[in-house]
Ligand binder design. Structure first.
Ligand code: IMP
Ligand code: MG
Length: 183
């Protein structure tokens, strides 16, 4: 049993801290090669992607990079998405003549990202791409075009490296599957 777990819960390691760092660095290198000297705006989706986005931008060796964050409201303390996504008002960076890279923690049913992408207006952007830490496929019910993913998994509730369950476990450097004991 993992000593970082709360009572009644168990954490089973899925991706070690070093394997995450490796994948994030590899994605950073791909993005560096893709964007070159073009202007890019990275938009991290709070709160889940805060850690992933912070690490990823430091692996992107490009001169013209701006960073912003959005907060979507829909997800409570449950383990499935309501799909009722609203983009919190924010002073988003301008996107005209820039590439936009949305950075998200995990795509599960796809409802959140599908709705976000429909509402998100990237005026005159050169491109809009989506990078996700985990592409979790089993419950996908909406089509979402994921341009880059660090990990692909089928099922299970993932926590750590920004991902939470009821606000717990975001601070863990590795990613775990959360199991509930006695049920
Ligand atoms: P979707 O709308 O079902 O694709 O859910 C996407 C959102 O639900 C993600 O941005 C996460 O905030 C949350 N979520 C889905 N699966 C997990 C998980 O395994 N761990 C933590 N959060 C999750
Ligand atoms: Mg999220």
């Amino acid at each position: 049993m993992n000593k970082l777990a709360w009572e009644g819960e168990e954490l089973v390691e899925l991706y070690s801290a070093s394997s995450i760092q490796e994948r994030v660095a590899a994605l950073g290198a791909t993005l560096t090669a893709t964007y070159g000297t073009d202007p890019v705006v990275c938009i991290g989706v709070l709160k889940g992607a805060a850690i992933f986005c912070s690490d990823l931008i430091r692996c992107m060796q490009i001169p013209k990079l701006e960073v912003d964050f959005v907060r979507l409201s829909s997800y409570g303390t449950n383990s499935s998405s309501s799909g009722n996504v609203k983009i919190a008002a924010s002073s988003l960076a301008t996107t005209s003549k820039k590439h936009v890279l949305i950075v998200e923690d995990i795509v599960d049913t796809g409802k959140s990202m599908q709705t976000f992408m429909q509402q998100f207006v990237a005026k005159d952007a050169l491109s809009v791409r989506l990078a996700v830490l985990i592409d979790k496929r089993e419950r996908r019910s909406c089509e979402v075009k994921i341009d880059y993913s660090c990990f692909v998994c089928d099922s299970g509730f993932c926590v750590g490296y920004g991902l939470d369950y009821a606000e717990r476990y975001r601070h863990l450097p590795a990613i775990y599957e959360l199991k509930f004991l006695n049920n």
